[in-house]
Design a protein around this ligand. Sequence first.
Ligand SMILES: [Zn+2]
Length: 264
Amino acid sequence: METFLFQDDSLVMPEEGEEPLRFRGPASEIIKKTFDSAVFFTAGSPEAPLTAAYIPPEEPLPPGWKAFPLRQWLSRVSAGTIMYDPVAAGPVLRAFHIVQWRAESRFCGSCGTANTDAPDELARLCPACGRREYPRISPAVITIVINGEGKALLAHNNKFSGGMYSLVAGFAEAGESLEGAVEREILEEVNLKVSDIRYITSQPWPFPNSLMLGFVCRYAGGEIRPDGREISDAGWFSRDSLPLIPGFGSVSRYLINLWVEGSL
Ligand SMILES: [Zn+2]
């Protein structure tokens, strides 16, 4: 049994070392002994048991413990492999996703009764009306657009810190195909038309509850015009003049690296 402990968007782990404790068996007792307020959830399956726990955001950590931002940790464990490492990071991302879902699924969304855990699967069950609720997963598309000169479109989002540039991304809407979401997001955010949309890979991204779906496509027309709302600047970049780009462990970095290597 593995247990991961979270506080806000951070993994809570011993100060020494860079790995979250994969508390096995009695080791989860360490969490119980150290953190009175820890709330535990079963987050795995019979084949891969997993426990997630969280403590309140305002709780000070005792000496010898630290809160390590999960995205930073992900970038660190993924360095060298470029894409996130499903063995190292998969259970952590799953546990984090489940913790957030559990906090948001206390009551039935249909009749308001307090939910219970379903006995037979990872679901919340309403004892009054029988409604089942599963972890919410929101598909989001992220796309590298390549033009006829072999340059890639990178954009600066207002939410990015510093001068970082990344790929255009956004959530699929109700009733929309993933390809439709790619076309719409690129048109909305930078005013370009695209073609030859091709799926490359996916990555869980529970910040919160997203599944990132990575695509490549070709520029098909239009002048770059950032929407000014989400995107403040965008441009075509060649492989040898890249701006600051996202770190390892993200699907955006993975797609950018594929393009730099000439694999797209
Ligand atoms: Zn109900």
